[in-house]
Design a protein around this ligand. Structure first.
Ligand code: FA5
Length: 341
């Protein structure tokens, strides 16, 4: 007897699940409730009423299962009630309302991302992160860096001058902060200086009048070129991965001796040679060298006691390589199509 009733309970639960899930509206859900659980004629209620005719053992088994089925049906009915209430009750969603435009979220500029990434790396190595003035004096931008007024190297970095202030200019590089920082903090010192620079030159895909550099320098006793190479190799591997190498080749900068051009393994072809690296396998991303004794003297340090290395990364160039940007002018153009990528 009890096996028959248990089978009936299973059948009711299966039918209830089907009916409740297919109820087309709130009214349909209420009909399910009455048809299944209604006090007078509910299907499940009818079975519950027969329990008293069973022997005690069967009553226990069937009673427990019947209650379980009743609970499951109630849960399903209440869930569907809530669904329909959400569509029609207070606070319901008005599906006829026009869709609001998607909110526009801002994002960090690619150059800011690269700058923060490098700042974190160098801070972790014990470097100070310093800021310097974009409107710089001729002294710090040129003279203190061993570029006197009549030196031809001034031609390499023409800039924008300030009317009626002949000694002020828009800085052409972040190197001016070498002397400023050494005057302020003395040696030993390890610092990086990210910042915006300006040059009066014709723009093309690789040159802008306004761009970003990331200067770094370490000054102390027995600082050598090996420290310079090790530091830059670690930074390059942080940026482009552990397979990256750094190559240093001689280049003249008046404020370092020796001066070097720094290249990293091409990020596209991994050194095999491609269009981006013009078949060389190397990409030029920074200038560097051992700080010139005249620069240390301008910072009131004794070049016989301390030495130092310095480097200037083209931050804009690094961002171009990282994000595959073909034209440097995109960064400042304010074109949302570019910035939202
Ligand atoms: C300098 O500016 C030196 N101050 C770098 C330096 C620092 C050398 C410390 C030695 C020691 P250079 O003019 O080569 O060097 O510029 C450095 C980097 O800035 C370049 O490799 C390039 O990536 C970037 N750069 C220079 N001019 C522009 C420009 N017009 N537009 C975009 N990036 C530029």
């Amino acid at each position: 007897m009890s096996a028959v009733v248990l089978a009936q309970l299973d059948a009711i639960l299966a039918r209830a699940t089907d009916l409740i899930s297919k109820a087309p509206d709130a009214e349909g859900v209420e009909q399910c409730d009455i048809g299944l659980l209604g006090r007078k004629n509910g299907e499940l209620t009818a079975i519950l009423k027969t329990l008293s005719s069973l022997d005690e053992e069967s009553r226990k088994t069937v009673g427990a299962r019947a209650n379980q089925v009743k609970n499951e049906i109630e849960v399903m009915i209440n869930a569907r009630r809530r669904e329909f209430a959400a569509l029609t009750g207070a606070g319901a969603i008005d599906i006829s309302e026009p869709v609001l435009p998607r909110p526009e979220y801002g994002a960090l500029h690619p150059i800011t991302e690269v700058r923060q990434n490098l700042e974190t790396f160098f801070r972790g190595k014990g470097f100070l992160v310093l800021d310097g003035p974009e409107l710089e004096s001729e002294f710090y931008n040129f003279e203190a860096l061993n570029i006197p007024a009549d030196h031809p190297a001034r031609d390499m970095q023409d800039t924008f001058y300030i009317k009626d202030h002949p000694t002020l200019l828009m800085r052409t590089h972040t190197s001016g902060m070498q002397v400023r920082a050494l005057q302020m903090y003395g040696a030993p010192l390890a610092a990086v200086v990210p910042g915006r620079c300006f040059r009066n030159e014709a723009t093309d895909v690789r040159h802008e009048h306004t761009f970003y550099q990331f200067e770094g320098f370490v000054v102390g006793e027995n600082v050598t070129l090996a420290h310079l190479k090790g530091t830059l190799e670690a930074a390059a591997q942080h940026l482009y991965g552990p397979q990256t190498h750094v190559r240093l080749r001689p280049k003249f900068y008046p404020f370092v001796e020796p001066g070097m051009n720094g290249e990293v393994t091409c990020v596209i072809c991994a050194g095999q040679g491609c269009k981006l690296c013009k078949g060389t396998g190397w990409l030029e991303i920074f200038g560097c060298g051992m700080i010139h004794p005249e620069v240390l003297k301008a910072a009131k340090l004794d070049p016989k006691k301390v030495s130092g290395f310095a480097f200037g990364l083209g931050l804009t160039r690094i961002a171009m390589l990282k994000y595959g940007v073909g034209d440097v002018r995109e960064f400042n153009a304010g074109d949302l199509n570019f910035l939202q990528q």
